[in-house]
Design a protein around this ligand. Structure first.
Ligand SMILES: Nc1ncnc2c1ncn2[C@@H]1O[C@H](COP(=O)(O)OP(=O)(O)OP(=O)(O)O)[C@@H](O)[C@H]1O
Ligand SMILES: [Mg+2]
Length: 336
């Protein structure tokens, strides 16, 4: 691994609806998010629905509507500070350096264009290769993502593919510009578990073969534990804990992260819910003061109601933002 991380984000904030009164403090749907992503690393971004995972990823790629404003102290991509880049220069960098995959391939691939042609077009746009060479590369990419009989399949249309194959085709499009980063926003949520496992294996394999870095957004901590090296847990737009996968899953320190892990279905059958976290996440219009999790937190004290806890270190690269973290007793979690 080279000394320099692929992505270093410092203080990423997304503000919604700036014209609303009290906007600056109230409607931070992503608030002061910092993280790094090493080369060849897979980071799992987890949190409940509405916690800001998608908005954070799209802010990073500058793919948000004008109603949302992005602020950041610094975002370095592959050694380049990108916060000061013009839209045009950033779009160039994004086109070459970042691939994206989503939950629903049908809304991101063209239904009336042959699959191979869609991949070839991206190859041509990003590398300026000839049509013929791009078509050859498209077939090669389909083979790489595990589509059988890729030459023939490159002539097919999206509706001729199964769900898993569509997801593979979207991955092939994402890889066509030979990116260093793949942003995957819940790409396996709609797939059955067998196909999901195949796609996760493919992503891991692509990381190993190409040295890709991946940001993988998911609700599913089972997926994180299979796929990721590191985890970042978001709550109401703020980072509450991040660290190496094992440390966070086995010894979470933030009560929200601990609750999320305790809520995961037991065993691979996934039929039994252990418990749920009481209450609802706050709406962006009514964010609690202090720690945004405090109204739902069993550890909360007076301090949590008024002051946002800073991120503190709990081990190598393991950080959490909590005044009253979970204590460890052997391997079990206990409340203080
Ligand atoms: N264009 C927008 N304008 C205003 N608010 C928005 C906009 N897009 C998203 N939000 C709000 O930002 C918050 C974070 O949304 P986001 O889609 O990032 O959540 P998420 O963690 O990806 O959720 P899910 O797991 O359901 O995909 C939500 O409260 C959402 O309502
Ligand atoms: Mg989302």
């Amino acid at each position: 691994m080279s000394g320099q991380a692929l992505i270093e984000v410092e203080g990423l904030t997304v503000l919604a609806n700036l014209r609303a009164p009290g906007a600056d403090t109230r409607r931070r749907i992503v608030d002061d998010l910092s993280f790094t992503l090493e080369r060849g690393e897979i980071l799992g971004l987890v949190g409940e629905s509405g916690s800001g995972k998608t908005v954070a990823c799209r802010a990073l790629m500058r793919l948000l509507p004008d109603t949302l404003a992005i602020k950041a102290r610094s975002i370095r991509f592959d050694g380049t500070e990108v916060t000061a880049l013009s839209e045009r220069d950033f779009a160039k960098l994004r086109g070459r350096g970042i691939g994206m995959i989503f939950q629903n391939p049908s809304s991101h691939l063209d239904p009336v264009m042959r699959i191979g042609a869609q991949i070839a077009e991206t190859v041509r746009l990003s590398k300026g290769t000839s049509r013929r060479e791009a078509a050859r590369e498209a077939v090669e990419l389909l083979a790489q993502v595990g589509i059988p009989d890729p030459e023939r399949r490159s002539e097919a249309y999206l509706h001729e593919f199964s769900g898993g194959m569509r997801q593979r085709a979207m991955i092939a499009v994402a890889l066509a510009s030979d990116p260093k980063l793949l942003v995957a926003d819940e790409p396996t949520t709609a797939l059955d578990v067998t196909v999901q496992a195949q796609i996760l294996r493919l992503l891991k394999d692509l990381r190993d073969r190409r040295g890709l870095s991946i940001i993988f957004v998911t609700h599913d901590l089972g997926v994180v534990s299979q796929l990721c090296d590191r985890i970042a847990v978001l709550y109401a737009g703020r980072l509450c804990e991040s660290g190496p996968k094992r440390d966070v899953l086995l010894a979470p320190r933030h009560p929200y992260a601990a609750g999320l892990i305790a809520c995961q279905p037991a065993g691979s059958a996934g039929l039994r819910r252990l418990r749920t976290i009481e209450g609802q996440p706050p709406s962006p219009d009514a964010m609690p003061s202090g720690c945004r999790f405090h109204p739902r937190c069993q550890n909360a004290g007076e301090d949590c109601r008024s002051v946002q806890p800073p991120l503190a270190s709990f081990g190598p690269a393991h950080i959490a933002a909590c005044f009253h973290p979970m204590r460890l007793s052997g391997s079990a979690q206990v409340r203080p």
